[in-house]
Write a protein that binds this ligand. Structure first.
Ligand code: PEP
Ligand code: MG
Length: 597
């Protein structure tokens, strides 16, 4: 029995990953404290409602004890957080207050809990003390655990799903996304996340359609509802009519046909009409994705995000495990560059066995190279694995989040130490790998002329560079409308980097999402960036655009674009200059997907 009419509902969100799929919804969670509803209760039901709440608290407590019992010794920091949650379960402000609200306001326990949590969260969040702020996060986590028991909701283990479904979730953690099984998961819809959140990046690499940022997704969509996910348009249709289904089916066929045509053309190299050759490479998270880079005609791997091997497990991977994963990729393309980026955890990709400390601003915290330099043994293990894999192909090392010279110097020292230890063991390795840094922190842009002398190449990570330069959390739906790589300050930062690199003959590459946006290709060619790395599916379009550009004209265009003062003006100028070309290559594609021509 259903409590709502089966009418078609259209939900708009953020286009996270292109493509269309039609299938049954599978709810990973129901929506936590954010989405509960209020019911009034008669006097005689209050006692049983309070008992229902007490029982949920008891179940949450048992669950926490069980998890604590299973937590290995080396994860003691993580265990401490869970122990603090046990105490919070019976906290007067949480427990006592919820019981009071049920009694006084005669409402359901879920609503009472939500009200309590909202109040506590606001109270704690407005406090300046980082410790108290941290308690706000703990309170939300504890209450979500209670809420899961109140609503009978349990988080599903994504890795165990064995039917073809479309995932619907409040959010997917990077650890969960990395467990997605391609043969079962057709697409996904989330309430949170933006276009450059890691959920969205992985969806694009796996070529799974995804729509993110639909706040009401977990409320409106029910398990087993038939839904259409149009990841190109950023639209989800629930309970589609016959007619809508038919149209979506046609769109799907056209989309696949276009994808196949593009893949065929993608073998041709990316050389501008005046003969400038660009390398168009693929970004990967998992070794399996290397196949799609080859399928789409990629010239190598411009970014291998290694952190995914550290997620969804209980301890650090061993050197041999990492070596095998890197060698898997190198073996598939021994003659092409494989750029292995060292560990970029924390920020939005925390591992439970990491530092265990709560950080009020993780993106500004002990992330990436900062973390690695504090854990030299963890870092050296990875460096050794990379150098050993490098013996089998053309590997480069790329360091994320560099913000000052000291970090480059310290990294070089650890690379030398790792090489010396391998030499002592007579291991088969390459001691002489090109070392590059990611340009994703504004301080590094400012110092790019100096740093260009210290490293073998730059790779611009626009996803973070925009976040740090514009003060916009890249994963926050509420500010997603402000996040754009067409903003003039972003373009000017790129200009500073490319000039500094050219003056020092240091190659400059780009591996942020901007590299795969066809709108930006003329500007990037004009900047002199000669290697672009992107989601594999974007490679064919970008290559085709490059083949139609003249690099001299692109340089003149760059100068004009840098004089614009808004993202709208930038986009307007791109369209008025290159509109016909883009229409032919990109918009034609959309037409083929069935969008309005
Ligand atoms: C970037 O920041 O642009 C980048 C490529 O790194 P990541 O998206 O993994 O943070
Ligand atoms: Mg980054």
């Amino acid at each position: 029995m259903t409590d709502r009419p089966d009418e078609e509902i259209v939900l708009h969100g953020i286009a996270g990953s292109p493509g269309i799929c039609i299938g049954k919804a599978y709810l990973v969670d129901k929506g936590g404290v954010d989405v509960v509803r209020k019911y009034r209760l008669s006097e005689n039901r209050l006692e049983s409602e309070k008992n229902r709440f007490r029982q949920a608290v008891q179940q949450a407590k048992e669950e926490l004890h069980r998890i604590l019992g299973d937590t290995p010794e080396e994860l003691r920091d993580h265990a401490r957080i869970l122990e603090s949650h046990l105490v919070l379960l019976k906290d007067k402000m949480l427990y006592g207050r919820t019981i009071e609200i049920i009694e006084n306001e005669k409402v359901n326990a879920d609503w009472a809990l939500k009200k309590t949590v909202d109040r506590l969260r606001t109270m704690f969040e407005s406090m300046a003390d980082p410790y108290l702020k941290a308690r706000a996060v703990d309170i939300v986590h504890v209450s979500e655990r209670i809420m899961d028991h109140l609503t009978g909701d349990e988080r599903v283990d994504i890795g165990k799903i064995e039917k073809r479904v479309i995932l619907v979730a409040r959010d997917l953690t990077p650890a969960e996304t990395s467990q997605i099984q391609l043969e079962w998961i057709m697409g996904f819809v989330t309430a949170r996340g933006g276009r450059t959140s890691h959920t969205s990046i992985i969806a694009r690499s796996l070529q799974i359609p995804a729509v993110l940022g639909i706040e009401e997704a977990t409320r409106v969509i029910h398990n087993d509802d038939i839904i259409i996910v149009d990841g190109t348009a950023g639209v989800v249709i629930v309970n589609p009519s016959e007619q809508t289904l038919l149209e979506a089916g046609n769109k799907m066929v056209l989309y696949e046909a276009r994808r196949a045509r593009m893949a065929r053309e993608s073998r041709v190299e990316a050389r501008t009409v005046d003969g400038v050759r660009l390398e168009v490479m693929g970004n990967i998270e998992l070794p399996e994705e290397v196949v799609s880079v080859i399928d789409y005609g990629g010239d190598g791997i411009g970014l291998y995000r290694t952190e995914f091997q550290y997620l969804a497990r209980k301890s650090f991977p061993s050197e041999d495990e990492m070596y095998e994963k890197y060698k898997d990729v190198v073996d598939v393309m021994p003659d092409k560059p494989v750029t292995i980026r060292t560990l970029d955890i924390n920020g939005d990709k925390a591992v439970v066995y990491g530092n265990g400390e709560y950080e009020a601003n993780p993106a500004l915290g002990l992330r990436a190279i900062r973390y690695c330099l504090q854990k030299p043994e963890v870092f050296k293990t990875q460096l050794r694995a990379i150098m050993r894999a490098a013996a089998h192909g053309k590997v480069r090392i790329l360091i994320p989040m560099i913000s000052c010279l000291e970090e480059i110097v310290a990294t070089r020292r650890l690379i030398e130490e790792a090489a010396e230890s391998l030499a002592r063991e007579n291991a088969n390795f390459d001691p002489d790998l090109p070392l590059g840094i990611m340009i994703e922190v504004p301080s590094t842009v400012i110092m790019a002329d100096n740093f260009a002398k210290e490293v073998d190449f730059f790779s611009i990570g626009t996803n973070d560079l925009i976040q740090y330069a514009m003060a916009i959390d890249r994963g926050n739906r509420l500010v997603a409308h402000l996040y754009s790589h067409l903003k003039p300050p972003v373009l000017r930062l790129l200009d500073i980097v490319s000039r500094a690199a050219a003056e020092n003959d240091t190659p400059v590459y780009m591996c942020g999402e901007m590299a795969g946006d066809p709108l930006c290709t003329p500007f990037l060619v004009g900047l002199g960036i000669r290697e672009l790395s992107m989601n594999p599916a974007s490679i064919p379009i970008v290559k085709k655009i490059i083949r139609n550009l003249d690099s001299g004209q692109a340089r003149a265009f760059r100068d004009k674009l840098l004089r614009q003062d808004s993202a709208e003006a930038v986009e307007g100028l791109i369209r008025s200059t290159y509109g016909d070309l883009l229409a032919e290559i990109v918009e034609n594609g959309k037409e083929a997907e069935g969008a309005d021509a």
